[in-house]
Structures are given as C-alpha cells and as structure tokens.
Design a protein around this ligand. Structure first.
Ligand code: EPU
Length: 364
C-alpha cells in the first residue's frame, strides 16, 4: 500500500470488476478513492504524475478497457442535506451518493421532481454529465447548480443551469469540461407533494398507470410505475452486466424520415424540433432482427435491444466488436449511424486495444 497524498491511499493493479456495471474484468494500473471535497485540492498534483487518468463515478455508463494504463480516480463523496423554502426543497447531495437511493429517499419524504428517474444506475455526480433522463423527465428539470474541482486551476468552480448547457444526453461537462472537472456536489430543487404536478406525459408511463386505474397519480404512484416498467424490460446490472442504453436515439432530417417512411410505413418516430425527428434506436435494432442477437458472451437484451449485455465473462474488446457489428447492420439497412450513449474508455497510454471510432462515419 502507498500513501498517494495525505489521506489518499494508492492501489496498484487494481481490479475494477466491481466498479463497472458491465462487469468487465478491467484492471487499472493505479487507483485512488476520493471521499471529501477537501481531498480534491491534492488531486491536480497527483494527476500530474500520470500521463492519463480516468474519473470514475458509479461506473454505470462506461465501458472500461480490459487494462487501463493510468490512474483511476473513484469519486466517493457522500453528503446529503435539505433546506426547505416554501413549496420548494433544495437538496444538496455529494457526487458519490447512489442516484436511486436519492430518488427513493425523496419519494419517501413526499418530495416530487425526480420520481420518473427511479432505478437509473450510477451516482448523483454522474447525473449531470449526460443529463440523465427517462419517462419524460431529465435532470435539467430539477437542476439548480453544481460545484467541482477545476483540475487545471486547482480551484472549486460553480455551474448554474445556463452554464451547464444541458441537452439530450449531453452537457458542457461531457464536452468542454470532460476530464477537466471533478464534480463534487450538486443542488437540485424538489417540490412539496401538495404543489407538485407529476409528469406522466411519456406514453408508456401514462398507459401503465391507466391500466392500474390510477388517474390522479401521486409521487409514489409514478415512482412505483417507473420501477415496475424498468424492471420488466431492463436487465438488472447486478445480475447481468450492462450499461443501460448502449446507443443514443438518432435524430434525422425530414427528408431522411420521408425516405424511411416510404420503405417502413410503421416506423416509430417522435418530432423534436425544426423539422427533426427522433427514431428509437431500439426499434431499428428490433426491425433489423437483432433483438436477442449475440456473439459469444455479448448480445442485445431480449426485451430491450438497445441494451447490450454481458452474458458472463465478456472482455471490453468483445463488447466493442459486437457494438460495431450492430452499428454496421443498422447503417447498411437504414443508412443511420448509431452513436454510442455509453462512454467508451480507451486504454490509456497503451491505446491500441479499442479500435472503436464512433464518429468515423463507417459504422465501425
Ligand atoms: N422498441 C421496439 N422494440 C423493443 C423495445 C422498444 O421497437 O424491443 C421501440 C418501441 O417503439 C418503443 C420505443 O422503441 O416505443 C422506445 O422504447 P423505450 O420506451 O423503452 O425507450 P428508449 O427510447 O429505447 C429511452 C432512454 C432510456 C429510458 C427510456 C424511458 C435513450 C438512449 N434511452 O429508451 O434510458 O429509460 O427512454 O424514458 O434515450 C439509458 O439511458 O441508459 C436508458 C435506459
């Protein structure tokens, strides 16, 4: 055991198998766990000793390489407090708090705002990075601000809603600040039940509630419905390795939509903005006959083909190869290049392992 810096223990050749929801048997050359905002001030100096580093939260939206040739920093800041102000409740939460625990605690307190985001794997600190969203609600709808360590300047920095530049599965933290900011804590605004209007706009959620004869859904009705829906079609990463949706839902132009509709009149699609239309990637994969398809230990899930699963013992490269094959099939059949939603981590200094280039335009 080495002491990396005061209070921070450094581990070498550390197994990340229990730190990624895909269950890949990944190994990090070096690993540290950060448990307080104060420790973040030591990090710029520690990181400067490595030519590559990876910031890890719950590891639920990442495909880690089989070997990461650098330093992995696990952010495990646990913190939780509430401040009431009339109908609003401001919740301050540490980056290391499990997201679903935060959601279920809020529901138990009868606070509304994030009940649609139940059972999303991962930690609170990762939620803003891809602006997590499900069943008609996104993090941005409750987000107030966050604080994090600017690794270049070695100082804490705050981001409000405008500065965070949230969009569908996107934010400034995923682009400009990628690997340059460690999110330490965030503030979200929840609403007292009496003043909260649950969001049941998402068709699958609304239908589920109607089937249960629930016409005036409470916060816990929505929470329970989302939990039931998710459990019925999304695999539990504790039982079968996965990172949720592997690809984003593609957005196409009006021209592209019309040409697709000529060939596939029953194409499922949702208008977004300015003549653009979102098509569920799950529909495309299903239509291509790839639902439940597999190669060795990797496959698409039987109930939700947008989720790529590790049936057991899959390596990172096997998962990447499979994802590339799915991309090629969809590109060949529909002329649409699916873009990964999962963060595919390259292997650090030894950067030859994962040959996956999501923006190459050739589907590989
Ligand atoms: N579909 C099929 N075949 C299937 C499953 C789905 O054709 O086997 C089609 C159906 O037409 C269905 C449509 O795909 O209506 C959409 O499916 P679903 O409602 O399951 O949602 P999704 O678009 O596939 C998105 C998010 C999920 C989130 C759900 C619910 C993305 C990339 N994924 O999935 O997020 O839980 O909506 O809001 O936006 C995640 O990010 O990891 C994730 C699971």
């Amino acid at each position: 055991m080495d002491i990396a810096l005061p209070g921070i223990e450094l581990k070498r050749d550390f197994s990340l198998k229990n730190h990624n929801s895909f269950g890949v048997n990944s190994t990090a050359r070096a690993f540290v766990r950060v448990t307080s905002e104060a420790q973040l001030f030591y990090l710029p100096e520690l990181l400067s000793r490595y030519s590559s580093y990876l910031l890890l939260g719950g590891g639920s939206n990442m495909l880690l390489p089989d070997f990461y040739d650098g330093l992995v920093v696990k952010i495990d800041i646990q913190k939780y407090s509430l401040r009431e102000s009339g109908k609003d409740v401001l919740v301050n939460v540490g980056a290391g708090v499990n997201w679903h625990t935060l959601v279920s605690d809020s529901v138990k307190r009868n606070l509304g705002g994030i009940e649609n985001l139940a059972l999303i794997p991962g930690n609170a600190g990762a939620a803003p990075i891809q602006n997590i969203g499900a069943y008609g609600v996104e993090l941005k709808d409750v987000f107030v601000c966050l604080r994090g360590m600017d690794l270049e300047k070695g100082e804490l920095k705050c981001f409000d809603l405008a500065k965070s530049e949230f969009a569908y599965r996107d934010s400034v933290f995923k682009r400009k600040w990628k690997d340059k900011l460690i999110i330490s804590e965030l503030w979200i605004k929840l609403t007292e039940a009496n003043y909260h209007q649950p969001n049941i706009s998402y068709a699958a959620l609304k239908d589920f509630l109607i089937q249960k004869n629930i016409f005036q859904a409470s916060i816990s009705d929505v929470f329970n419905a989302v939990v039931d829906i998710r459990k019925s079609k999304l695999p539990d990463p504790e039982k079968i390795g996965n990172a949720g949706s592997f690809f984003k839902n593609p957005v196409v132009s009006e021209e592209k939509l019309n040409s697709l509709l000529e060939e596939y009149p029953y194409l499922v699609h949702y208008p977004v903005a300015d003549g653009l239309t979102k098509i569920p990637a799950a529909w495309l994969i299903d239509k291509a006959g790839l639902k439940g398809a597999s190669k060795g230990p990797v496959g698409t899930h039987n109930f939700q083909p947008l989720v790529i699963v590790n049936h057991g013992g899959a390596t990172a490269s096997q998962i990447v190869d499979f994802a590339g094959w799915v991309q090629k099939c969809i590109l060949n059949q529909f002329g649409i290049l699916l873009e990964p939603e999962v963060n595919i981590v390259q292997s650090g200094e030894n950067d030859g392992l994962l040959q996956y280039r999501p923006h190459s335009g050739n589907g590989a």
